[in-house]
Design a protein around this ligand. Structure first.
Ligand SMILES: *Cc1c(COP(=O)(O)O)cnc(C)c1O
Length: 411
């Protein structure tokens, strides 16, 4: 025992065993999911990235949002995804760890990187500040402010963004419990941070897959009250992420409804002079990846498939998201409501769906599951040894369209 080792995690997929064989650049692979599966007959989950869809979603969002768009890297850090976002015009990235900062900096030397995790290690702050050119940091406590001041050595050019806690709102994932300063603490933090910040901001996050545009209006009103109370000049307002996409049982209000709510609230609260930022994750990348599964066993209407909640389908487990599915062969059989069991030995590796598939679905069939680009690949684990997955880029349209993203569709 002489040296200390750090072990890498599974994602991004480019480093996954097995993935490499499917992305050899000399290998001319078909650009449609059906042809790809016919050629490869994959027994491991096959992630099908749709660069044109991701690029289009980025263009739509950038065109609709009245400010700067920061992509939340944690949502999907796959390099092919990041490249598609860049082609779609994304130049700013919301990173939450040293590894995310490094990944983005290595890929895009000119990107603006914002370190938006309210609790950072001192080493991560130093690395970001000294070596990776990061200038903007989020905080939600006086202790973090002290850390940032110390580790940036006084911080010429420092941007400080105070994360405001929100009351529990209308999002499917509520994030109000962990981060953010209560309004009175945020007031004190803004006052304390002002002398040390070249740029001072307020941020919040309404929670992921937020279906209610008025959640943004309420949060903006709260931010405005905090800013007024603080009585110091504030330069920017960051409305966070949370913008929703369609799932089989969810048709969200269209993107312009969210933008209208944000514009109106900003104007009504007298915040029009502030720069506006947003940190979308899901909205930019959800439609951009599907995963092709293989059925290994059928028991009643439960299908034992080769990926599950410890793989790319964690949202289909306990959170119970439904995803669009399609059988990869012709069948005239009427649809039945199926559930999935994943490959691990844990009985929690179960996805109740229902996933509507032709009644003759059987062992050996391939099923494409759509809308997995957000928090799918990025949440994979190697539990039980089931971390093999392939990755390929396809030109297929997404399995589901989300209203408001038509604008950016590739011409
Ligand atoms: C996760 C996260 C995001 C992205 O959220 P989505 O719901 O994917 O848009 C943005 N900002 C913060 C602070 C986050 O934690």
């Amino acid at each position: 025992m002489t040296d200390l080792r750090f072990r890498g995690a599974v994602s991004p997929l480019s480093r996954a065993p097995g993935g490499a064989t499917l992305r050899r650049p000399d290998q001319k692979l078909p650009r449609s999911v059906d042809a790809l599966v016919a050629r490869l007959r994959p027994e491991a989950p096959l992630h099908c990235i749709r660069p044109a869809t991701i690029e289009g979603a980025a263009r739509s969002f950038l065109a609709a949002f009245p400010g700067e768009t920061l992509y939340a890297v944690k949502c999907n850090p796959e390099p092919a995804v990041l490249r598609a976002l860049w082609r779609g015009g994304v130049r700013r990235f919301d990173c939450a760890s040293e590894a995310e900062v490094r990944l983005v900096r290595n890929m895009f030397p000119d990107a603006a990187i914002h370190f938006m995790h309210p609790v950072k290690s001192r080493g991560a702050i130093r690395e970001a500040w000294q070596r990776q050119g990061v200038r903007d940091f989020v905080l939600d406590s006086a202790e973090e402010l002290a850390k940032l001041r110390e580790e940036t050595g006084g911080g010429e050019g420092l941007g400080l963004v105070v994360r405001l806690a929100l009351p529990k709102g209308g999002a499917m994932y509520d994030l109000s419990g962990k981060f953010g300063a209560a309004p009175a603490d945020a007031v004190a933090l803004l006052r304390a941070a002002r002398p040390h910040a070249q740029k001072l901001g307020v941020s919040f996050h309404v929670g992921s897959q937020c279906l209610d545009p008025s959640a943004y209006s309420r949060a903006i009103a709260l931010a405005a009250a905090v800013i007024r109370e603080a009585g110091v000049a504030v330069d920017l307002l960051d409305v966070g992420g949370g913008f929703p996409v369609a799932y089989p049982d969810v048709v969200p209000p269209p993107l312009p409804a969210f933008m209208a709510a944000i514009r109106q609230a900003v104007a009504a609260e007298g915040l029009s002079g502030l720069a506006l930022w947003a940190e979308p994750g899901r909205a930019l990348v959800a439609a951009g990846t599907s995963v092709v599964l293989q059925v290994q066993h059928r028991r009643g209407d439960a299908l034992f498939v080769n990926d599950g909640v410890y793989g790319a389908l964690s949202d289909a487990g306990a959170p119970g998201f439904r995803f669009p599915v399609r059988l990869l062969r012709d069948s005239a059989a009427p649809l039945v409501a199926c559930s999935f069991f994943g490959p691990t030995c844990d009985s929690a590796d179960h996805m109740k769906g229902p996933f509507l598939l032709p009644g003759d679905v059987a062992e050996g069939d391939w099923i494409e599951v759509g809308q997995l680009g957000a928090y799918g690949a990025s949440l994979r684990t190697a539990f039980n040894g089931f971390d093999r997955a392939g990755i390929a880029e396809v030109a297929d349209p997404p399995l589901l369209e989300t209203p408001g993203y038509e604008l950016g569709k590739a011409a």
